[in-house]
Structures are given as structure tokens and as C-alpha cells.
Design a binder for this molecule. Structure first.
Ligand code: ADP
Ligand code: ASP
Ligand code: MG
Length: 450
């Protein structure tokens, strides 16, 4: 559809009835918003993930289920408990309970994804009703019919072509008169099993749906007025950036700016879709536009921080003059679907960073991987590290960049430094305890004087 906007509302934006009503205002004001992707209410996915952990007690499980029920019921109550919506909600809660009590849950990635999908299923059900009560012709649409993925539960990869075919068949013909309210984060594999795209994946879902429908704009509505020079929770000096290029924003997302899931911009870049990020609390306060090209290209744009990093060092005296050592290491990591971020090498060792996000069902690096590596090299693992990335333009070409950044951080222990692979970033690892101070200090050096 020409001028089509796909809008995504994150967890805090749909946290309760009042928040949902603010999102409804945004949708009702713009006829072009025809597809809406919602996250679970904030906190719900964390609770669902907790249900999948081995050490959850029966008592804790009961109280989590009760808390989730209370969150959902607070909204359905405000909606006046319409009969079929309440019934549909009860059915979802009953299904959730059944999976939560399944004996196989702890060992099954498939069931873990199924559990995690209930947050989005419930919020889209309720949000569609909020819109209907405000006079919109809104339907709650099950995105699993459209967003097709592989079976890599916990971090499924989309099948872009299948998704396009399904969106064209099931959504596009009805777009004129309908607002589709659908779920972020979830999809389904070729066997129809529910999958998830990884934590924070609703942004990515919305971008994939926008791509499939050739939308003109993707809107990401969240709890901050756009993308800032750094996470505003880290320093009060952070300020919004009105415009970013795809390259800059993609680097920010990749290196931990939680505001966007790392893969969000991949579909947008493929189709050249304009992306707007703004606050559903203050929709008129402006936000950030991300486009193919930004008008100005400052050397320093932003600082991103990603916590929970693992530093894996593999060492082999045999690596000296040996070919194929790196291929072997990466082969093992690839087999286990572990993606590598930063790499530095010395004569006989290689240091690699691996993301180890909290609150997910697919944690970092398993003993099995370490054992496989240990068969041909010495392996050491360090954690409690954070990755700081300075994002900007021409960072590899401007003289003095490395000197300036390192001088600014002379009082901190930088564990690993990487520069040069991209003109847009300069990254290093630091101890997690120092991370917030490092970002605050760097922000002061790079931005506060401007
Ligand atoms: P949602 O639930 O809407 O997806 P998230 O919590 O995932 O929201 O992302 C929004 C949060 O991202 C903000 O509250 C902010 O703390 C954090 N954040 C991290 N980096 C940035 C940044 N550079 N600019 C703005 N927000 C950021
Ligand atoms: N609800 C999911 C999460 O909390 C997806 C999202 O919010 O983007 O990770
Ligand atoms: Mg998010």
C-alpha cells in the first residue's frame, strides 16, 4: 500500500490500559498506520523466561502465573471485560499454564519459545480491543502465519521470501479498511512451531513486516524521544539525535544501544524504508529519523554500551606459522551458532568477544563448546566485561581519534581495543564495574564541550 506505515509499540508503551490508550491516539491520528506490532507488556517476557529456568520452584511458578494474569486482567477490566476477549484471554492463560507445567520445559528450546510467545499474544489481543473501542476497524492478527523462520529456537532467523509471500497473501489485500494488530518477537517454523527472534526482537519483527509489505515508513514507538548520544539512563547529558544514517544507527544497534534490536535496520536497508524512533508518551516531542544518508556526518555521533560480554582467549603454540587454526576455532563456534563480535590476534593466541545476554533462554558459551576447543588449544574465559563502542564517521581516517579516546580513558583498564574494520566504530572492552563511569566520562569528552 502506498504511504503505508508499520508502527511498533514496545513493552512500556503497552504496559497498561493508559499506555495503550496513548498508542491508540497515535494510530487514530494517522490513517497510514495500518499495521501495528506490539511487544508484551514490560516485565512480562522476563517473567516468562523465568518460568523456563531449571531452579524455578512450584511456589514461584504459581506466583509468576498469578502476576501475569493480574497484569492482563487489569487491562481487560478497564475494557469492561468484553465476553469474547475475556474468553480468548482465559484460553491463552490456560495454555500458558499448561506449558509452564510441562515436564519437558527445561530441556526443550521449542517449549521455551512457546512460553515466551504468550506475552505478545496477550498484548495484541488486548490492544486490538482498545482500538476497536475507540472506533477503529482493528483485527488481532496472528503473525505466525506470516513471519516464517528457521527452527533455531531462541534466536530464529527469518525466511524473508516466505514472509513476503505470506504477507502479500494474508495482509496486503485487507489493508485498505483495517488496522492489523499483530505480535512482535514471534514467528513460526516450517512445521508450524512457534519461534522467537531473540530478546528485544519486536523491532526486528516490525522491520521484517514493513519490508514484506513494502511500507514507506517504520515507526518505533518507545519510552524515549528518539535515539540519544548515549543511553539517557547512563548520563543526564545524553541528548536526542534528530537524524542518523542507516550505517550509524546499525552500528549503534549492533553494539548494544538497546533502543533498537541489532537486526532492525537490515530489512530497512534492503528496502530503503525510512525509520522513525519516538516516544509514545510524548509523540509530539519529535524523535530520530534514520535514513539512507544523514545530512551531517560528525566524527563522533554516539556511545553504545553492551554489558555481559565474554572474552574467550584460545592459545596454541602450534598456531605459529600454522594455517587453518582460526578456521577450526570459528568452525566450532559456527556449529554452535555462536556469533563472534570483536577479534584480536597475537602470535600464538586469539581473543574473541561473545555476547552473553542476561534474561534469555540462550545464554553465552556452553561447556560443550569449551571442551571441543580444548581438544586442540588452551582456552580461557573471562566475564564481567562490557563492550563500549564509540560510533561516528571516518573514525579510521581521521588522525588523532585513537589518541584522543585512549587519552580520555587513561585511568581505566581497557581490556581489548578494536578499530579499523569499519569507519563507524571504535570499540573496547572494560570491566563491567567501570562501564557506566567510562561512558559518562567519554560522553563528557566527546559531546559535552560541543
Ligand atoms: P521498548 O520496550 O520500547 O522496546 P527498550 O527498553 O527495548 O524499549 O528500549 C528503550 C530503552 O533503550 C530506553 O529506555 C533507553 O534506556 C535505552 N537506550 C539505550 N541506548 C539508547 C540510546 N542511544 N538512545 C536512547 N535510548 C537508549
Ligand atoms: N517481549 C520481547 C522481549 O521483552 C520482545 C520485545 O519486547 O521486543 O524481549
Ligand atoms: Mg526493545
Amino acid at each position: 500500500m502506498k504511504n503505508l506505515i508499520v508502527a511498533k509499540f514496545g513493552g512500556t508503551s503497552v504496559a497498561d490500559f493508559e499506555a495503550m490508550s496513548r498508542c491508540a491516539d497515535i494510530i487514530l491520528e494517522d490513517q497510514n498506520i495500518r499495521v501495528v506490532c506490539v511487544s508484551a507488556q514490560s516485565g512480562v517476557t522476563n517473567k516468562l523466561v523465568r518460568l523456563t529456568h531449571m531452579d524455578v520452584t512450584a511456589q514461584e511458578r504459581e506466583s509468576i502465573l498469578a502476576e501475569i494474569r493480574a497484569t492482563e486482567y487489569a487491562i481487560v477490566d478497564k475494557l469492561g471485560k468484553p465476553e469474547w476477549v475475556t474468553l480468548a484471554l482465559d484460553n491463552l492463560l490456560a495454555e500458558l499454564k499448561e506449558v509452564a507445567y510441562s515436564d519437558n520445559l527445561v530441556g526443550s528450546m521449542r517449549l521455551k519459545d512457546q512460553i515466551q510467545s504468550f506475552g505478545e499474544q496477550m498484548s495484541s489481543l488486548l490492544f486490538a480491543e482498545v482500538l476497536r473501542q475507540r472506533g477503529a476497524h482493528a483485527v488481532n492478527f496472528d503473525i505466525r502465519q506470516v513471519l516464517k523462520t528457521d527452527s533455531n529456537f531462541g534466536k530464529a532467523e527469518p525466511d524473508v521470501e516466505q514472509t513476503r509471500v505470506q504477507a502479500e497473501k494474508l495482509i496486503a489485500p485487507e489493508l485498505e479498511g483495517t488496522v492489523f494488530v499483530t505480535q512482535g518477537f514471534i514467528g513460526s517454523d516450517s512445521q508450524g512451531n512457534t519461534t522467537t527472534l531473540g530478546r528485544g526482537g519486536s523491532d526486528y519483527s516490525a522491520a521484517l513486516v514493513a519490508e514484506a509489505l513494502e511500507a514507506e515508513t517504520l515507526q518505533i514507538w518507545t519510552d524515549v524521544t528518539g535515539i540519544y548520544t548515549t543511553d539517557p539512563r547512563l548520563t543526564a547529558q545524553a541528548r536526542p539525535i534528530p537524524e542518523l544514517s542507516f550505517d550509524e544507527a546499525a552500528e549503534m544497534a549492533t553494539f548494544g544501544a538497546k533502543i533498537l534490536h541489532p537486526a532492525t535496520l537490515i530489512p530497512a536497508v534492503r528496502k530503503g524504508t525510512g525509520v522513525f524512533v519516538g516516544s509514545s508518551r510524548e509523540p509530539k516531542a519529535g524523535g530520530t529519523w534514520i535514513r539512507n544518508k544523514a545530512e551531517n556526518k560528525p566524527p563522533y555521533r554516539a556511545i553504545a554500551l553492551r554489558r555481559d560480554q565474554i572474552l574467550l582467549t584460545v592459545k596454541s603454540p602450534k598456531m605459529l606459522f600454522a594455517t587453518g587454526f582460526l578456521a577450526k576455532v570459528f568452525g566450532i563456534l559456527a556449529q554452535h551458532k555462536i556469533s563472534v563480535d570483536l577479534i584480536t590476534t597475537s602470535e600464538i593466541s586469539v581473543a574473541i568477544t561473545i555476547d552473553n545476554p542476561n534474561n534469555t533462554t540462550t545464554r553465552g558459551i556452553k561447556q560443550e563448546v569449551l571442551d571441543e576447543l580444548a581438544e586442540f588449544c588452551e582456552v580461557s574465559v573471562e566475564d564481567n566485561l562490557s563492550l563500549v563502542a564509540v560510533i561516528g564517521n571516518h573514525l579510521q581516517a581521521n588522525s588523532g581519534v585513537g589518541g584522543k579516546l585512549i587519552a580520555a580513558l587513561e585511568n581505566y583498564n581497557l581490556r581489548m581495543i578494536c578499530q579499523g574494520a569499519s569507519p563507524h566504530n571504535f570499540c573496547f572492552l572494560t570491566q563491567s564495574d567501570d562501564a557506566a563511569k567510562v561512558v559518562e566520562h567519554l560522553h563528557e569528552e566527546l559531546f559535552d564541550a560541543i
